[in-house]
Design a protein around this ligand. Sequence first.
Ligand code: PLP
Length: 442
Amino acid sequence: MSGAASTHTNNLEAFWMPYTANRQFKQNPRMFVGAKDMHYTTSDGRQVLDATAGLWCCNAGHSRPKIVEAVQNQVAELDYAPAFQMGHPKAFELAARLAAMAPSPLDHVFFTNSGSESVDTALKIALAYQRAIGQGTRTRLIGRERGYHGTGFGGISVGGIVANRRTFGTMLTGVDHMRHTHDPERNAFTRGMPESGAEYAEDLIRIIQLHDASTIAAVIVEPVAGSTGVLIPPKGYLERLRKICDDNGILLIFDEVITGFGRLGSPFATDYFGVTPDLVTTAKGLTSGVIPMGAVLCAAKIYDAFMNGPDHMIELFHGYTYSAHPIACAAALATLDTYDEEGLLTRAADLAQYWEDGLHSLKDCPNVIDIRNLGLIGAIELSPIAGEPTKRAFAAFLKAYEDGLLIRTTGDIIALSPPLIISKAEIDEIFDKLRKVLTSID
Ligand SMILES: Cc1ncc(COP(=O)(O)O)c(C=O)c1O
């Protein structure tokens, strides 16, 4: 490495790191320089077991050969093609493949570059759809407390995590929120879906009674809320939400940015729960995190509502320079091949019980106040240190990293979502290491 390059590499100041305690990090940086299958390699040459699939995205594991090769070939063959008024074959191939994978009637696909963009896109499609079918008074969007829908203004408006909202002004107008479904008094340490809480869906009726259904375009929820610390939907909750939306002409959007592509043991959470929304947002696992890409799946009735007017007119004034980027499409196609060849989209179903047993074995560790799980998702909630919320979980994160384990924390909750290629021995290793971590921190 040249002297100049190494000087720049050692200067950590310029990069304003996202969702990071910048000052803490820069005093004691944690750097990954390589990744293969289930492990990262650190700059000091250690192996770190990835219990979070990067950021819930590397579902096929790291540096998988087919995906690497597809990206390498694509960049040499067609590096970029305009997405507006032009196409390239892999965009159509990928859309057709996703439409075939998704439950009926989700058979059209709009490409984006991230979960946040998928959310914005779905919200915009919902509003424009209502107008297209003569329901132009339906301009309200309804989210849920503790929801995470990325960081765009649309996403933080319908999202319900206070730290993501409080410093950013008034956001979108005309938004309201249902209550969240977390109910530790009744449901702490539930394995899988809680029995109690389906009635929380009725909170949508309260909102309809306040604003009137004729003003509401869409409701957006994560089928399993992830970034807020893993909230599993109570049995029957999503079904009730679907019914209330149907009864009131409201579109239902599932944000499947983390649940899509096998996380629960089925291609989408929509399959897992047997509840079909009108729009599904995806990203992350679509390319196994290799290239930024998102996709919004929508029902034919929505697409068809736009397909009128003169043929030469653009039907939806929305899109991104990098929508259906050729390299992202190549990465996604190779990712879907890898998922198919290795049975990864259903593998979480085979491992779920083993995962659940390992996770809940930590119940007796100090400060553990709840454990939640579904598919290959797990959460361990710790009691906060008095007056210093988040500090205990952050200490666990730092200790785990030191011990060769990557976990993710949000508030005082440890969230786990390993690559879907994980072995039972690696599941054991995660929980062995976590037991040591939890018994060694204050
Ligand atoms: C449910 C959900 N929606 C949207 C997003 C935002 O995705 P991105 O960070 O790719 O914009 C995330 C990211 O974690 C997510 O979990």
